[in-house]
Design a protein around this ligand. Structure first.
Ligand code: GZL
Length: 311
């Protein structure tokens, strides 16, 4: 009987406090840090008991965290799956114990749609398309003529944002730039600054004539900037750079002319997530995909936008 009149701190209103188990990918990027902050503050705001685990980007850590949430009989489980595959078994265990699962940020590939209730997060394929579209503007502003040699810094191998951003970008390339754009080199930098720097310096060894870098997040772009400068080139000039996320350091780099455009991927999913979690707990219907609102930014907007950026 949930209507306990016990003396425990039941957040008033008589009902038991909702307990949410949250398994976070890690702390690999500025985006992730902002996302974690948003989840924690929104859970507090909602009056939920939050059990939070950081998986250091390892799937096995996420799986064991979910198992422990099941053992603790949390009311709802939410997580951002580090990669898209390998979740069916543990999600079946949650289903067997009638614990609803909500995906946030990244999605999973599964044959059994009933294994999660909804996804609260961005459309990464559209972010890839937007990156290609804004690159057209960047090339025009730079007065670039002729063929465009593109280096791509991919996100974590097997992660939804990496798969889908690459797919969306390629869709526009194939449709509108078959003859002039070419991805000459593409490799994962695992969404980290260190990864971006290391892989970009290797790119510059093998492909010194790169015109453009498309990085799947700001952090890899920022790492790449260090490699480009170490090679004596000007980021944002010799090599045009388009990234995804829109974290503060990305906007700073853009205001310094080192990143030419950013496709925003909003990490502040906390409030939407808690709203969905409450609805799921109440047994109310929720949409299968609660999409995040976000926009795109060119260099000239960076300075004005900086003061109001929330992450
Ligand atoms: C996107 C998120 C990605 C960010 C990266 O929603 O999953 O993971 O783009 C982060 O910065 O590491």
């Amino acid at each position: 009987d949930k209507g306990s009149t016990g003396t425990g701190s039941n957040g008033g209103g008589g009902g038991k406090k909702l307990t949410l188990g949250f398994s976070q990918v890690g702390s690999e990027s500025g985006w992730r840090t902002a996302n974690t902050e948003s989840v924690k503050s929104a859970a507090q705001e909602a009056g939920f008991t939050l059990k939070f685990s950081d998986a250091q980007q390892k799937q096995e850590n996420q799986i064991s965290a979910i198992r422990s949430f099941i053992a603790q009989k949390v009311d709802v489980i939410a997580f951002s799956p580090v990669v898209v595959t390998g979740w069916d078994a543990v999600l079946k265990e949650a289903k067997a114990k009638n614990i609803p699962v909500v995906l946030t940020d990244r999605s999973v590939e599964t044959s059994d749609e009933s294994l999660f209730v909804t996804l609260v997060g961005s459309d990464f394929t559209d972010e890839g398309r937007r990156a290609a579209k804004i690159l057209e503007k960047v090339l025009e502003k730079a007065g670039h003529k002729g063929p465009v040699k593109i280096a791509q810094l991919e996100g974590t191998t097997g992660a939804a944002p990496a798969i889908e951003r690459a797919k969306g970008f390629k869709e526009v390339m194939d449709a509108e730039h078959k003859d002039d754009w070419k991805i000459v080199v593409s490799q994962t930098g695992d969404f980290t600054r260190a990864g971006g720097k290391q892989v970009m310096s290797a790119f510059l060894q093998s492909n010194p004539d790169i015109d453009v870098l498309f990085a799947h997040n700001d952090d890899m772009g920022i790492g790449a900037i260090q490699a480009i400068e170490a090679a004596g080139k000007k980021p944002g000039k010799d090599i045009l750079i388009v990234t995804v996320d829109g974290v503060k350091d990305g906007f700073v780099a853009m205001s310094e002319g080192k990143i030419n455009a950013i496709v925003e991927c909003n990490p502040l999913l906390g409030p939407q997530l808690m709203e969905v979690v409450q609805k799921v707990k109440n047994g109310e219907k929720v949409e299968r995909w609660v999409k995040t609102e976000e926009s795109d930014f060119l260099q000239e907007q960076a300075k004005d936008a900086l003061p109001t950026r929330k992450y």
